[in-house]
Design a protein around this ligand. Structure first.
Ligand SMILES: [Zn+2]
Ligand SMILES: [Zn+2]
Length: 254
């Protein structure tokens, strides 16, 4: 599997795009920057989109993806997420006020986007990938994803504070090749991190102890305005299997 990080940051400014990970050019995880970073031709080649939770930095480019590729595709984008998340995206984004309801455009029979609900912890086959959604600790029934293909698995927590179930579940995948997770705020903002269900380097250090041993950990979602401080605090953890996502556009092959 090829994982291209279209955007891997916890904020948006010049040089920093919000969360969107593209697998093998066809399966997208979160839509924080898919329209801002890919050509329209490449946007139109995506088939399935997994959404972790409805925060704007994970869904905003769904709006522009639909707009860019309207009428270009023979079939709708299939969006997969928790039933709660699906309802919130429809109600608050594609509501014909903030943005047109692309789930009935151009027609209800052949729309631009179609919403499908996923059951937590139930593996679902999506476009040739085995996708297992697992609840994490973040608002609105947020879920992380374990994705398997050809005997290899990759785990994505997306946004979360300290959590347990996804690490238990991860042990059911002996061929786990990488863990993509988050750290958002520096240690001095622990209260903010707790209130918003995110990690700091000190809570991440505890979290790493729960993760399956020996699997590389790639850190994303650092807040751009605290990046220098975060890099220093992460280095002080002295965890050899941890790396920080450096630049958007990086590719990982597993
Ligand atoms: Zn979030
Ligand atoms: Zn986020």
């Amino acid at each position: 599997m090829k994982v291209k990080i279209l955007g891997g940051h916890g904020g948006v400014t010049i040089g920093f795009q919000a969360t969107s990970f593209l697998i093998d050019d066809v399966l997208l995880i979160d839509a924080g920057s898919v329209a801002s970073t890919l050509s329209i031709e490449k946007q139109s080649r995506i088939d399935n989109i997994l959404i972790s939770h409805p925060h704007l930095d994970h869904i905003k480019d769904l709006a522009f993806l639909c707009d860019n590729c309207f009428g270009m595709r023979a079939k709708p984008y299939e969006v997969w997420t928790h039933n709660t998340v699906l309802g919130l995206i429809k109600h608050h984004l594609f509501n014909d006020t903030i943005w047109p309801d692309f789930s009935i455009l151009p027609t209800a029979q052949n729309p631009t986007i179609r919403f499908n609900s996923l059951t937590p912890e139930k593996m679902t086959e999506i476009g040739g990938y085995r996708v297992t959604p697992v609840p994490v600790k973040h608002p609105s029934d947020a879920m992380g994803y374990i994705i398997e293909k050809e005997g290899k698995a990759i785990l994505f927590t997306l946004d979360t504070a300290a959590t347990t179930r996804i690490w238990e579940k991860a042990r059911e995948f002996p061929a786990l090749k990488a863990i993509f997770t988050e750290v958002s705020f520096p240690n001095k903002l622990q209260k903010v991190a707790d209130a918003s269900d995110h990690h700091t380097p000190q809570t991440l250090a505890e979290e790493i102890k729960k993760m399956p041993p020996g699997v590389p950990i790639i850190l994303t979602h650092l807040k751009p305005n605290f990046r220098g401080e975060l890099e220093q605090e992460i280095a002080e953890l002295d965890e050899p299997r941890v790396q920080i996502l450096q630049k958007d556009g990086m590719e990982f092959n597993f």
